[in-house]
Design a protein around this ligand. Structure first.
Ligand code: FES
Ligand SMILES: [Fe+2]
Length: 414
C-alpha cells in the first residue's frame, strides 16, 4: 500500500503532545509544537493518529448517548452557547432571502437585510410571541409581518407597524424590535449563537481556523447539491465516527480503494477544532465514484493539496471536508438523544461549472453512499450503547481524534 510521508516528521511527537494537551485549557487549542515560522502549508506539522495517542481514553458511558437529562444539559451548555454553523451565505444572496434554523425550542430567522448584511432574529413576535414565519426558507418582500395581529418588522428587526397600538399610552415601537441572535461569517459559512454572550469575538475563539483554509477559495464557492438525512443515533457518535478511519476498511471498502485508511495526519489535535488530511492514492484523483477529479481545482493549490483530502470537525455541529476539486460540509442538528438530523452540501468553484469536465454527481454520489454507510454503522452503534450490557471500551490508537473530541465535549459540559 502506497503511503505518503508527512511533510515534517516529528520524532518525539507523542511525548510532546501528551505534555501539551494536558496544559490546554481553551476551546481553541491547536497543535503548536515545534514548528517553522514559515506560513507555508508544506511546513505545517501533522501527526498520525497513533502518534497523537489516546492517553488511555475509554468511550463515553451509555447515558451520554441515551439520557434525556444529558441531552437537555447539552442543549443548555453546548447548543445554546456555542457558535453553530447555520449554512452558507450564498443560500440567501438577495435582500429579503431567509432560511429558518431550529435549535431545541428556538426557531431562528437568518436573513439578508436591505443593505446586504446577514442578520438573525428569534422567530418570535414581540406582541404575543407567535411564530412569525413558518416556511423553512423563502424571501420577505421588505418586511416580516406576524400572521396573528399583523405587527410588522423591517429586515433590520425594528418594529415598523403595530395596528392600533398608538391607542396605548406610552407605547413606543422602538421598545419592541425582534430579539437578535448573534451571527458571524467565516469563509462564506454563517454561524449563529443563540445565547447572547458578549465575551470572546468569533475571530478570537475560532482563531486557529481563520487563515488556515484561505487557499481553498471558500467564500466564492457555490452550493451545487444538498442532501438531508435523519440518523437514529446520538450526535456525538457521528462526530466520533467522522474523527477516525479505523472503521474504513470494514465500513467503506470503496473509500479505502481511493484513500488508504491509515494515511491520516492531523494538525489540529486538541480542543474545539480537530483533524487533518488523508491521502488520495491516484495522482490528481479525488473522492468520487470514478476516483477522478469531478471538477477543476478550487484554486491555485500547492501540489500536495491535490493529493489530499482535509477533514476537520468544528465543535459542536460542523464537519468540513476539503478536496482539491470540491468541498463537502455537514451540519448536525440533534433532535433527541437517539436522533440527529444531518444536512450535507457540496460546494464547487463557479469557474468549474461551465467546463466540460464538471461532473459533480461523481463526488456527490460517492459521498452519499459513504454517508449512508456511516449513518448505518452509527445507528448500530446507538443500539449497542443503549444496551444494558454496554460498558465503555478502550479507544484504539487510531481513534485518537475521537478521544480528543470526547475530551473537548466533557470540558464544555463542565
Ligand atoms: S402575536 Fe404577533 S401581532 Fe400579535
Ligand atoms: Fe466513515
Amino acid at each position: 500500500m502506497r503511503r505518503y510521508p508527512a511533510s515534517v516528521k516529528i520524532i518525539d511527537a507523542r511525548r510532546w503532545v501528551f505534555s501539551n494537551i494536558q496544559s490546554l485549557s481553551s476551546g481553541a487549542a491547536l497543535f503548536t509544537g515545534p514548528r517553522s515560522h514559515s506560513s507555508s502549508i508544506s511546513m505545517k506539522q501533522f501527526l498520525s493518529a497513533p502518534e497523537i495517542g489516546t492517553g488511555g481514553a475509554m468511550t463515553l458511558p451509555g447515558r451520554y448517548f441515551t439520557s434525556t437529562e444529558v441531552f437537555a444539559e447539552e442543549r443548555a451548555r453546548i447548543f445554546q452557547r456555542q457558535w453553530l454553523c447555520a449554512g452558507r451565505a450564498d443560500a440567501i444572496s438577495r435582500p429579503g432571502d431567509y432560511f429558518l434554523r431550529t435549535v431545541g425550542a428556538d426557531s431562528v430567522i437568518v436573513l439578508r437585510d436591505a443593505t446586504g448584511g446577514i442578520r438573525a432574529f428569534h422567530n418570535v413576535c414581540r406582541h404575543r410571541g407567535t411564530r412569525l414565519c413558518e416556511a423553512a426558507a423563502g424571501r420577505f418582500s421588505k418586511s416580516i409581518q406576524c400572521p396573528y395581529h399583523a405587527w410588522t418588522f423591517a429586515l433590520d428587526g425594528s418594529l415598523i407597524g403595530a395596528p392600533s397600538m398608538d391607542e396605548l399610552a406610552d407605547f413606543d415601537r422602538a421598545d419592541y424590535p425582534l430579539h437578535v441572535v448573534q451571527t458571524a461569517i467565516w469563509e462564506g459559512f454563517i454561524f449563529l449563537r443563540i445565547e447572547e454572550m458578549p465575551d470572546i469575538p468569533f475571530e478570537e475563539s475560532h482563531a486557529p481556523l481563520m487563515a488556515r483554509l484561505s487557499r481553498f477559495s471558500l467564500p466564492v464557492l457555490k452550493t451545487v447539491e444538498q442532501r438531508e438525512y435523519t440518523v437514529r443515533a446520538n450526535w456525538k457518535l457521528l462526530f466520533e465516527n467522522y474523527s477516525e478511519c479505523y472503521h474504513c476498511p470494514t465500513v467503506h471498502p470503496a473509500l479505502v480503494e481511493l484513500s488508504p485508511a491509515d494515511s491520516g495526519e492531523n494538525d489540529l489535535v486538541a480542543g474545539a477544532f480537530l483533524g487533518g488530511f488523508m491521502v488520495v492514492r491516484r495522482p490528481g484523483g479525488s473522492m468520487s465514484l470514478s476516483g477522478e477529479a469531478c471538477a477543476t481545482s478550487l484554486g491555485d493549490l500547492p501540489a500536495e493539496d491535490r493529493q489530499r483530502v482535509y477533514y476537520y470537525s468544528i465543535f459542536p455541529n460542523m464537519l468540513l471536508s476539503l478536496h482539491h476539486d470540491y468541498v463537502m460540509f455537514h451540519t448536525l442538528w440533534p433532535e433527541a438523544p437517539d436522533r440527529t438530523r444531518v444536512e450535507c452540501a457540496w460546494l464547487f468553484h463557479p469557474d468549474a461549472m461551465d467546463r466540460a469536465d464538471f461532473r459533480p454527481k461523481d463526488g456527490v454520489e460517492f459521498w452519499d453512499i459513504t454517508n449512508r454507510q456511516d449513518w448505518h454503522i452509527c445507528e448500530q452503534s446507538q443500539l449497542g450503547v443503549a444496551s444494558s450490557a454496554y460498558t465503555p471500551g478502550p479507544y484504539s490508537p487510531r481513534d485518537s481524534i475521537s478521544a480528543a473530541f470526547d475530551r473537548e465535549y466533557l470540558r464544555v459540559m463542565g
